[in-house]
Design a protein around this ligand. Structure first.
Ligand code: ZN
Length: 89
């Protein structure tokens, strides 16, 4: 089992975390004016790069959201976790 580090709770088993999306995938502005295609792209299309990926994760125990840089091939966390930047992901 892999261990991720919550910036608030410290190292915890991966089963306590939920992937929340790619860092920088911002929710479209103007709810009623956004096309179905734009919503579909936002909700379902992910970058899914090979190698280093900057992601948003949620720790289900404390419900805090934070960023993590992870290698999608080796699953190794490439850097320490951090609080979400001001203004969202
Ligand atoms: Zn936590």
């Amino acid at each position: 089992m892999q261990v991720f580090t919550c910036p608030f709770c410290g190292p915890r088993p991966e089963t306590e975390f939920h992937f929340a999306g790619d860092l920088g995938n911002l929710r479209p502005e103007g709810f009623t004016e956004v096309s179905t295609e734009t919503w579909t792209d936002y909700l379902f299309l992910h970058k899914n790069p090979r190698g280093e990926s900057k992601e948003v994760w949620k720790h289900l125990t404390c419900m805090e959201v934070f960023t993590m840089t992870r290698d999608t091939v080796s699953h190794k966390v490439a850097s320490s976790t951090a609080l979400l930047p001001e203004g969202g992901a």
